[in-house]
Design a binder for this molecule. Sequence first.
Ligand code: FAD
Length: 395
Amino acid sequence: MTTATPKKNVVIIGGSCVATAAALEAKKYLPSTHRVITIEKHSHFHYMFAFPRACVIDGWENELFVPYTKLFDSPEKGQVIQALATNITKTHVEIDRPIEGFGTSIEYEYLIYATGARHPEPGNLNDHDTKAGAIQRLKEMQAKIQKATKILLIGGGAVGLELAVEIREHFPAKEVTLVHSRDQYMPSYKTTMHEKTVAILADFGVREIRGDRVVIPEGGFKDDFKMIKVATRDGKEIESDLQILCTGMTPQSDLLSKLSPQSINPKNRLVMTKPSLQIIDDAFPNIFSAGDVADLEDVKTGGAAWRQGIVCMNNIIKLIKNPSTPSTGLTQHAPMAPQIMLYFGVAKAVAQLKLFFVFCTSWDFFLKRFFSYNIHASRSWSWLGTPLSKETADK
Ligand SMILES: Cc1cc2nc3c(=O)[nH]c(=O)nc-3n(C[C@H](O)[C@H](O)[C@H](O)COP(=O)(O)OP(=O)(O)OC[C@H]3O[C@@H](n4cnc5c(N)ncnc54)[C@H](O)[C@@H]3O)c2cc1C
């Protein structure tokens, strides 16, 4: 009688853009000696790209949370485990609950650390682990926006900008003020992107304050719909009965910092990697990191995270085939040209795209063909192997 050799694990912590790209790559090329185990605390993949719209328009939230159940054809090839990773040792990842076949500790031969970043809610629903809980949170935000009359958005990144326009498009009677700490929107992109954005905000009647910061009261905003005057550092006062934070991100690098403190950049808490995306610490050539948690030159977008996930998995496959490959013999990550599309309501957009080696900014006339009520959430259902339909959307 022959006994099958147990498979070795390529473990990914975090089940978002990096992990999905890496898993799809593994499905094609990972040797049969290995399988992928993704550890993700959410029950479903979160399609964050559409959250700004889903905070305003109701009735389609279920399309933004995709089950992981069909990502892999069989547990022999891969599995997504719903759990919180609580510790990383040299050989295992410890999790917060027992899982059949693993217990509370999962052995890894290779690890991809892809825990991303926290953003203030509702841009990111990090703490809502079930589909029902995350949908409930979006519905609460819709109700708040409906109830408020003067809304203050703090932070003019992609989330603040898109949310400002969505609110004005659907509730033109509500006053929306957007405060941005810099003079320019989207400073990693061409200035024409900024100029076009300013023009669209004006079209929609969004009040803007740039180059100034809101003074956040100690203990945060009360969220009680009382009309209050919020001060800015430059001494302005903004009247509002709802305040929404759309400010920056916090990398979730703490878990890795315990195993390899030297891999964490003390200035920004991002994980430092070699060009191969192995963490900078030579003691762990089998640990990779990518996406929003990684200290890479790329602008932090889903597209960049996706490309980096592919590099991680390709390099792991190279190492499985030839474990002595030096870091320099692996694929070297090259930063992605900054590209993004901002959806401004249902019929307007601004994008920076690379077309035939030239960076172009473009708006709705050209971008019309890419409009979609759910910001193309259907593609994430295809990635995860469950085509989107009325029946599947509720699962
Ligand atoms: C509202 C919003 C809109 C956006 N729109 C766009 C867009 O239109 N286009 C674009 O390209 N990019 C967009 N982005 C950026 C994009 O979403 C991110 O760059 C991308 O999601 C990063 O992917 P990631 O895999 O690095 O990590 P993340 O997406 O941050 O995911 C990390 C995952 O790790 C999990 N996790 C963390 N710690 C643990 C742990 N200890 N145990 C288990 N699981 C854990 C989290 O639950 C999470 O699912 C948007 C971001 C936001 C917030």
